[in-house]
Design a protein around this ligand. Structure first.
Ligand code: ADP
Length: 302
């Protein structure tokens, strides 16, 4: 029987510099990145779908074709008659990358508007994956309904995985971000935070504090990533740590956390023990940060 992994969020058009005043058009977004890697790792018996919103214009069509070419199912992609997809441009100034975004009225922001459609997508999922960015882009009056829908799906038996991915610039206030992220953790089984962000916005003194906070919110498994530092995970048996492999040449840390989550979840969902799954996450992330770009084609990666 097919099992279904459903990622929910926003994929954007990415314009990446290729030379003097020329850019390459690509597609990326935190939850999409995770879905892309999950699809590459999970065997055929798993379906991987992406729930987002796109428009009816040609770049939206291109995005859908990109999902399908990657093996990601588009059944739950919502078509918006009035909006299109968000976009960002990467600019290089003396080797430093800077990002400019056009995403404030993107079609993906409407993904929770129609509760019946949202429920129909969630009911088909065995695993639901979303992030703090998924929540941030929703109109604030729709966030509660989105989390209720996730909670209902979980009550019916779906496993829920959540990466807080704290991005205060996408939220009205830091307080709203922190409160909503904790509400999301309360409807999640697995929470996958990154310590540096958690320390900044929640004031955690160490990764154990981050793990305890999300455990107290209701998560049964918390995996705290920490850049090149140890990954700390906490399940029933208390905290354990894993030293990630050193990476001698870090080229581009884009999607480090997204790819870690993908390889961790794919391994965990196939029944591997937690240490093996954390190691798979760290191994993929190490390969991804050794190359440029979010979506790195590494057929030998895991
Ligand atoms: P995010 O991209 O969400 O900020 P982190 O920086 O915590 O996530 O990194 C996620 C994972 O990527 C880490 O747990 C680790 O496995 C790997 N990683 C990130 N930076 C490095 C690094 N400098 N050296 C080795 N591994 C790294």
């Amino acid at each position: 029987m097919t099992r279904n992994f459903l990622a929910i969020g926003e994929c954007m058009v990415e314009m990446a510099p290729t030379g003097e005043e020329t850019y390459r058009l690509g597609f990326a977004g935190d939850t999409l990145n995770t879905a892309w890697y999950v699809r590459r790792i999970l065997p055929e018996g798993w379906g991987v779908s992406y729930l987002t919103g796109v428009g009816r214009d040609s770049v939206s069509e291109e995005m859908l074709a990109f999902f399908e070419n990657a093996g990601i199912r588009t059944d739950f992609v919502q078509r918006d008659e009035e909006r299109t997809v968000g976009l960002y441009i990467i600019q290089l100034n003396d080797g430093e990358r800077s990002f400019s975004y056009w995403r404030s009225d993107s079609a993906a922001r409407q993904l929770a508007r129609d509760r019946a459609r949202l429920d129909a997508a969630l009911v088909a999922a065995d695993v639901i994956y979303f992030s703090g960015i998924t929540l941030a882009i929703l109109p604030k009056e729709q966030r509660g309904g989105f989390l209720e829908a996730v909670k209902t799906a979980r009550t019916r038996g779906a496993a829920v995985a959540f990466d807080p991915n704290l991005r205060p610039r996408l939220w009205e206030t830091v307080e709203a971000m922190c409160a909503t992220v904790m509400a999301a953790a309360a409807v999640s089984d697995i929470v996958l935070p990154s310590f540096e962000d958690e320390a900044t916005y929640f004031g955690d003194a160490g990764p154990v504090d981050t793990a305890n906070r999300y455990t107290e919110a209701g998560a049964s498994l918390v995996i705290v990533k920490n850049g090149p530092g140890e990954v700390l995970w906490q399940a029933d048996e208390g905290p354990r740590t894993f030293q990630v492999p050193p990476v001698t040449e870090v080229v581009d840390t884009t999607a480090a956390g997204d790819s870690f989550n993908a390889a961790f979840l794919a391994s965990h969902l196939q029944g591997a023990d937690l240490e093996t799954s954390v190691a798979a996450g760290a191994r993929l992330a190490a390969q991804v940060i050794g190359r440029r770009g979010a979506l790195v084609d590494l057929s030998q990666a895991v």
